[in-house]
Write a protein that binds this ligand. Sequence first.
Ligand SMILES: Nc1ncnc2c1ncn2[C@@H]1O[C@H](COP(=O)(O)OP(=O)(O)OP(=O)(O)O)[C@@H](O)[C@H]1O
Ligand SMILES: [Mg+2]
Length: 461
Amino acid sequence: MSDKTRVLIVEDDPGLQKQLKWALKSDFDLLLAENREQALQLFEKHQPPVVVHDLGLPPDERGVSEGHASIRQMLQQSPDTRIIIMTGKGDRKDAIELIGIGAHDFLGKPVDTDQLRLIIERAGFVSELQRASREARSSVDNGDELYLLPGVIGRSRVMRQVAEMVRKVAPTSASTFIQGPSGSGKELIARAIHELSERANEPFVAINCAAIPESLLESELFGHEKGAFTGADKRSIGRIEQANGGTLFLDEIGDMAYELQAKILRFLQERIIQRVGGKTDIPVDVRVVSATHQDLGQLIADGRFREDLYYRINEFELRLPPLSERENDVELIARHLLHRFAESHEKGQLHFTEDALLAIRRHDWQGNIRQLSNVINKAVILSSAEWIGPDDLGLAEDSEDFDQITLNNIPTLKQAREETELRLIMKAMRAHDNNVKDVAAHLGVSRQRVYELLRKHDIPF
Ligand SMILES: Nc1ncnc2c1ncn2[C@@H]1O[C@H](COP(=O)(O)OP(=O)(O)OP(=O)(O)O)[C@@H](O)[C@H]1O
Ligand SMILES: [Mg+2]
């Protein structure tokens, strides 16, 4: 294949077509079409990065409808294609309109071929840049990456969906509400939203409504003037004002006192605040992200949370699933945390034994990633050897098997079989240094079957 830029020329006038062909054929790999049907056929087949397009084509040589339709379709199929429009006397306006929907440039007739050559070269260059940047982007999204969002590790389908929603909502200023069990990463997601927004260089201010005594929360949020109350010996700027231009993260908003909820509602509606003890209206430009581990629906039903505030903070809702619903993200996160803590405690290289990994997978992490992180951190601090086992994690009983079965927790045969399968394959992979051929020989199954099992149990290989 030639490495010249491929260019499709759509022109029904045989004279002009010939002229272009002679002028450009030594510099570009040319395709020629004289009507819409031919153009679209060649376009689909050869995917040219650059198209030079006439507007007046048969059966509407005097109008622009055929050219319009063809260009629209090309842009729809492949928005990165650079389309250069050749315009006659009356159709400059149409060309400009097409640029509005993604065409690259236009050139008046009679065509100056030297100028056209330059425009094509530049268009080819831009198209190549766009292709390269799209490839780079998709390799970030391709699933082999550890991070789905800044700081957020995962590969599971549910978390991919969350990440996609975060990417969509982040650049908007929509008030975003994050619901998720404790330790599931609500604050991390709030920060990711901030980082991926246009406010990223402005402040991110977090306030935990459950951690601050009720009597102080209002002045903490809104600030106060000197003398506003006993002890207010100087003016203080509240968190809302501190977040001006940036993002305010209202954590555990479900714990906010009912009266204060009305004041927050007013701030969200009017985007102005008054400091406690002050009379001046202060306009603020703040994006609000809030979170709670509580069921706000229930709090509303119980009359403890204002429904009108709920709708204000919840222009967009994100639900974070518990760790137990994230396929095998737990292992991915655990390995990463082990590495990180080993580094920060200067412990050199540490590894989980396969029993430890099994125990981690099987454990019910009620406290989600926060709990996982605490357990691993502690194990790293206490570790004296290179290998971290289930007992180092305090998960020893979890990996016992038959002795643990009582009349009340007899598993089904299927569960027991899957469990054994998982344990054996992990052990064999370890024993044979991840050599699938040897693992297959050892377990007496085909290599194909080993791959199936690895995929089924989501074991990295
Ligand atoms: N997907 C993840 N990848 C890596 N680390 C994570 C992930 N999710 C959470 N963490 C880490 O787990 C810890 C808990 O996360 P975070 O504080 O965001 O959770 P939370 O839902 O706000 O918890 P809480 O309900 O306790 O306030 C943090 O140290 C965070 O960095
Ligand atoms: Mg939190």
